[in-house]
Write a protein of this length. Structure first.
Length: 247
């Protein structure tokens, strides 16, 4: 599948060639300022073609890095989780830069084409209940629920996660911050089609009664101002991934 999108990326200029040792000594303080300038980032908007690919063994490191970004400091075995996604590659996909031999050096194209910019997949928590990563994710979900919800909601969620008759699918999707949100919709649509085919052919991970996902949110810091009624302004809930707002 081919997607096209323009995104703002930060790039570093090429480092200048080192001057001979004698010239470096003569340059004195000027060289320091030049080095500082060379380290500044250049922000430019570039048009990038992305392709969705079936998850493969070669994507292991890229997916694992994105999972670590997704879970941050949470205790989840991302190595095992990555292996599961590769094993069940009849669902899910990775996002890579499309190959364009006309506009780039062959070595650069090979490096960028193999780089994982994002991924999407699904973990059936019920089918994988005996794996450490699935149990760790369930514990993480319940612990976050305990911190933010009433006890009745925690009990309801715990019952749902442990009901083997109604499997729960845990949706995981992550991408680099400079990959635009527009790329998410076709990836989610592709996953839906793959899940429908998986259910039709009775393959692993296909049968899910519930679907669960975690949306990363934050609240924008507001000035200590009050409304006309003297009440504190309500903080607006913000979503790290724009597509989660419509989920």
């Amino acid at each position: 599948t081919l997607f096209r999108s323009a995104t703002r990326m930060a790039s570093r200029p090429k480092k200048p060639a080192l001057a001979p040792e004698k010239d470096m000594e003569d340059s004195g303080e000027d060289s320091g300022s030049e080095n500082d300038d060379s380290e500044e980032e250049i922000h430019e908007e570039v048009s990038v073609d992305f392709e969705a690919h079936t998850i493969a063994d070669s994507d292991h490191n890229g997916i694992k890095k994105l999972l670590q970004q997704l879970f941050l400091k949470a205790h989840v075995n991302t190595e095992e989780l990555t292996d599961i996604f590769i094993q069940q590659n009849h669902i899910g996909s990775v996002l890579k830069q499309a190959e364009d031999l006309d506009d780039a050096d062959e070595d650069d194209v090979a490096d960028d084409h193999g780089h994982v910019f994002g991924f999407i997949s699904l973990l059936n928590l019920t089918e994988r209940k005996d794996t450490p990563c699935a149990e760790q994710i369930k514990e993480l979900i319940l612990s976050q629920c305990e911190k933010n919800c009433e006890q009745s909601m925690v009990e309801q969620l715990d019952k749902l996660l442990n009901d083997n008759s109604k499997p729960v699918g845990f949706l995981l999707s992550e991408r680099f911050i400079n990959v635009p949100a527009q790329i998410a919709l076709p990836m989610h649509q592709q996953l839906q089609m793959e899940l429908a085919e998986t259910q039709r052919t009775n393959k692993p991970c296909g049968k899910c009664y519930y679907y669960l996902m975690i949306s990363k949110t934050f609240k924008e810091a507001l000035k200590n101002s009050r409304s006309r009624a003297g009440q504190q302004q309500k903080e607006e809930l913000m979503f790290s991934n724009a597509e989660d707002r419509k989920s």
